[in-house]
Design a protein around this ligand. Structure first.
Ligand SMILES: Nc1nc2c(ncn2[C@@H]2O[C@H](COP(=O)(O)OP(=O)(O)OP(=O)(O)O)[C@@H](O)[C@H]2O)c(=O)[nH]1
Ligand SMILES: [Mg+2]
Length: 243
């Protein structure tokens, strides 16, 4: 097998109080992983995230960090697209995770193990035996369970957690699928799975511990996000047929 080269694609919108811990934890976790890696940040917003990130980059010149920045947020999927478009030539896999530390960088080896078995998409899942969710407010938990229930009925894909953002995907699959994404925001996480399923990609899920953000505000706005998922639901048959 080719040596692993992980491209972390990390969208951050006003995450100034989480960015330093994320950088510390990702880079120290990677010390015990047998892989080269790069960090690609797509930063939007007007807080200090960009300043803290640039400072880390200057102080750690040995770490391969690529930063894209603009003030105006253009949505999660658009941020992912920008990152995916800029992974380096050597990249074997793309890793996505939230910058607010919802996901544990220390759990990455679980995903790597499955990716090494050859699965195209490995999903850090909140919906398996052994998965844990910590400190998530009851209303958010209820909404997440409700939306996953609807998606499990509506989308016939062998993945239990269809909206989680902790994923490891082989780079060839990312390059094949992402140009087809029509989404702009959070619904792109689901659309990616639909398109990958249509392209007969293989999926694996591993249980993770998901922790509610300690800092900053959620970027999920109930009504716009709900509306875009609804549009995706209405479009699902067209997507299945490749239209
Ligand atoms: N660059 C960029 N990043 C975004 C945008 N929307 C969300 N993000 C980032 O994407 C990740 C996921 O957004 P979150 O707000 O954490 O969404 P969530 O995990 O469903 O909700 P909570 O963690 O409960 O707040 C975080 O790292 C955000 O900063 C965007 O428009 N642009
Ligand atoms: Mg989050």
């Amino acid at each position: 097998m080719k040596p692993l080269f992980l491209s972390f694609v990390l969208p951050a919108y006003n995450e100034e109080d989480s960015i330093n811990e994320l950088l510390q934890r990702v880079t120290s976790s990677m010390k015990s992983v047998d892989a080269n890696y790069e960090l690609i940040f797509v930063v939007e917003g007007e807080d200090m995230t960009i300043d803290r990130l640039c400072e880390f980059k200057v102080n750690n010149p040995e770490i391969n960090i690529n930063i894209f920045y603009q003030k105006k947020p253009l949505g999660l999927t658009n941020a992912f697209k920008k990152g995916f478009n800029n992974v380096s030539q050597e990249s074997t896999h793309v890793v996505t995770m939230d910058v607010d530390l919802n996901h544990n960088p220390e759990e990455l080896p679980l995903l790597i193990e499955k990716a090494k078995q050859g699965y195209n998409l490995v999903i850090g899942s909140r919906a398996l035996k052994g998965s844990r969710t910590l400190n998530v407010p009851p209303l958010k938990m209820l909404l997440s369970k409700f939306s996953n229930f609807i998606f499990n009925k509506a989308f016939d894909i062998a993945v239990k957690d269809k909206t989680g953002g902790f994923r490891m995907i082989d780079t060839a699959t990312v390059k094949e699928i992402f140009p087809l994404l029509k989404s702009q925001g959070f619904e792109g996480l689901m659309e990616f799975l639909l398109l990958a399923n249509r392209a007969k990609k293989t999926f694996a899920e591993v249980p993770i511990t998901m922790r509610f953000r300690k800092h900053g505000k959620s970027k999920v706005k109930l009504w716009p996000v709900g509306k875009s998922y609804l549009k995706l639901l209405l479009r699902r048959n067209k997507i299945r047929r490749g239209k």
